[in-house]
Design a protein around this ligand. Structure first.
Ligand SMILES: NC(=O)c1ccc[n+]([C@@H]2O[C@H](COP(=O)([O-])OP(=O)(O)OC[C@H]3O[C@@H](n4cnc5c(N)ncnc54)[C@H](O)[C@@H]3O)[C@@H](O)[C@H]2O)c1
Ligand SMILES: O=P(O)(O)OC[C@H](O)CO
Length: 316
């Protein structure tokens, strides 16, 4: 049992990379617990070298497109060998299909890497509404330290030993959230939404298993939990993309007006690569892809899904 008082008695030096919506919310959560927090962004005045010099925890909340370049930049500066890396990005790298934690681990093979992911719409967290999340690592001591840094009476943090599973839950659900936005935008009803989300979870497990993730992880907070939050909230940027596609807007128009990053758009393309390479059926993701590429209308995507060959619910 961990003594939660120690988070005040033993403040950590935490550097958060990426001052977007999620980086800012996480910085506030660590700060209210009494930790020394530096929120770095490439537009800010502080150099990366200065802020990293005494960092005990480096948390990346950078959108996927910046992860590789920032990780390479961080590597060029001296760090304490004990520094823990935390990744909160929900995406996949198009060139390699790597997850953010795999990118950080490749650059820093001797440092602990912790994934932080869960049903965490940043706007609700900034409103101080209660939420829960997961910190996952192969290094349980590092995960427990990060747990302590962020846990509070409004943010409940669980540890988990399956970092890639936790990371992929948060990543793949963004594609299903686009589909859920389409479903609501077309007013298809509660039955359709339940079917979509449940079959979406099946696709998450199929892809996750290719990466070596545990099936049970997808039934926890970082999988099903985040899927439910993102598929049911207009606060989700991914859901908003789908909702607006259903109204007939083009992807270019939607992204031009969207506040922040909708990672599901790029993730969908990467999942299609993986599905083709590995011959894994992910029909919902495939229709989201075709919709994003303007190859089908929302109604045609729906018809394609409903008229697939009939089959058992579970493969034997
Ligand atoms: N907003 C949320 O509710 C939320 C919750 C959980 C996880 N996430 C995930 O966190 C990540 C960031 O989301 P966000 O909502 O903060 O997005 P955002 O668009 O608000 O912020 C993205 C941040 O990344 C930085 N960035 C992008 N490219 C960069 C580069 N090349 N070099 C340096 N910095 C770069 C931007 O400057 C910005 O600070 C995404 O992967 C998202 O899926 C978001
Ligand atoms: O706004 P979204 O769609 O990026 O979703 C935010 C978080 O991932 C929800 O947990």
């Amino acid at each position: 049992m961990t003594n939660r008082k120690s988070k005040i008695e033993n403040p950590k030096s935490v550097v958060i990379l990426g001052a977007g919506a999620w980086g800012t919310a996480l910085a506030n959560l660590a700060q209210i617990n009494g930790h020394q927090v530096c929120l770095w962004s490439r537009q800010g005045s502080q150099t990366l070298e200065t802020v990293l010099s005494d960092a005990e925890i480096i948390l990346s909340a950078i959108s996927m497109k910046g992860v590789s370049s920032v990780a390479a930049l961080v590597k060029s500066f001296p760090l304490s060998p004990e520094t823990i890396f935390v990744t909160a990005t929900k995406g996949l790298e198009p060139q390699t299909t790597s997850t953010p934690s795999q990118i950080w681990q490749t650059e820093f093979p001797h440092h602990p890497i912790v994934v932080l992911s869960g049903p965490n719409l940043s706007q609700e967290i900034e409103q101080e509404l209660p939420a829960a999340t997961v910190v996952a690592s192969k290094n349980m001591a590092a995960a427990q330290m990060v747990q302590l840094v962020f846990s509070s009476n409004r943010f409940r943090v669980y540890t988990n030993p399956d970092p890639v599973g936790v990371e992929l839950g948060g990543t793949i659900k963004n594609v299903i959230a686009i589909a859920a936005g389409v479903c609501d935008g077309l007013h298809l009803g509660t039955n359709a939404k339940a079917a979509l989300v449940t079959r979406g979870l099946t696709e998450m497990v199929r892809i996750g298993n290719i990466f070596g993730a545990k099936t049970e992880t997808f039934y926890g907070l970082s999988g099903l939990g985040d899927l439910l939050a993102t598929c049911n909230s207009p606060l989700s940027r991914n859901y908003q993309v789908g909702y607006q596609l259903a109204s007939g807007k083009t992807l270019i128009e939607i992204l031009a007006a969207l506040p922040g990053t909708a990672e599901g758009v790029n993730t969908c393309r990467v999942l299609m690569q993986i599905s083709q390479q590995q011959n894994i059926p992910i029909p919902i993701t495939e229709q989201v892809y075709r919709l994003l590429e303007a190859e089908v209308t929302p109604q045609e995507a729906l018809d394609e899904l409903m008229l697939r060959d009939i089959k058992p619910e579970y493969n034997q």
